[in-house]
Design a protein around this ligand. Structure first.
Ligand code: ZN
Length: 241
């Protein structure tokens, strides 16, 4: 098969364009932001679950605290009433003794209840702190998500532009090359991992990076420059510099 030197050079240019399209397309599919966003979404879902549980716990301990406050108030009320009767002066000596005993019992009870209330208050504070921490983590994750989305969008726009540019270059270049040569190139490219044409650099095929043996090199040197060469190893079209 023969092709003009200009066609062969254009084929190498076409290969550069196709390689650039292939690289940009691969980058588009494997942008790290996609994986990072998936990880953020997993963490956000876990955080939402934690928040639901922490808020339920806060509601529970807040109810406990209210109950405890009511208990303390009711004991305090009874003590106030007893103390009023005690200082009222109308009670009999036996009643006075009973009242004093009851007040002492109530005071002990009140102290116990207040200790319990303090413990619950600490639980409420801890639950509030937990909710706040989860919310702040969530905010941080959402901020990161936003940044990643912007970065992803920018990267996609940039790569889409690159692909569109290279495709338009391709559209302009292809009609300048002989159709038969393009056909061979496309077939080889489909089987050659996207590389259909490579330069012959020294005695090395730039497609498979293997050295061409001395006998074959001698044969190549004797061939007309319009003769289309193929690498014996990878079958790619070889273009002499
Ligand atoms: Zn090769």
């Amino acid at each position: 098969m023969k092709a003009s030197v200009s066609d062969q050079n254009n084929l190498i240019e076409l290969q550069r364009i196709d390689s650039a399209i292939m690289q940009a397309t691969h980058k588009l599919k494997t942008l790290p932001e996609r994986e990072q966003l998936t990880a953020i979404h997993t963490r956000l879902a876990a955080s939402a679950e934690l928040l639901t549980a922490a808020e339920a716990e806060l509601t529970d301990v807040t109810i406990d605290l209210r109950r405890s406050e009511v208990d303390v108030e009711s004991v305090a009320d009874r003590m106030t009433k007893d103390e009023a009767r005690l200082s009222g002066g109308s009670a009999s000596p036996k009643e006075l003794e009973q009242l004093q005993h009851e007040i002492a019992t109530l005071a002990k009870r009140k102290a116990e209840l207040e200790d319990g209330e303090l413990e619950i208050m600490m639980k409420v504070d801890a639950a509030k702190e937990k909710v706040a921490t989860i919310k702040s983590d969530e905010e941080g994750l959402k901020k990161l998500e936003l940044e990643l989305n912007i970065r992803l969008e920018n990267a996609v726009t940039e790569l889409d532009r690159e692909v569109a540019l290279k495709k338009s270059e391709r559209t302009l270049l292809v009609p300048k090359i002989d159709t038969a040569l393009i056909d061979v190139y496309e077939k080889v490219r489909a089987n050659g991992g996207g590389i259909g044409a490579a330069l012959l650099i020294g005695n090395t095929c730039d497609g498979c990076r293997l050295a061409i043996n001395a006998v074959e090199m001698e044969r190549i040197k004797s061939l007309d420059s319009e003769e289309v060469l193929r690498c014996e190893e990878c079958r790619r079209i070889l273009v002499r510099i």
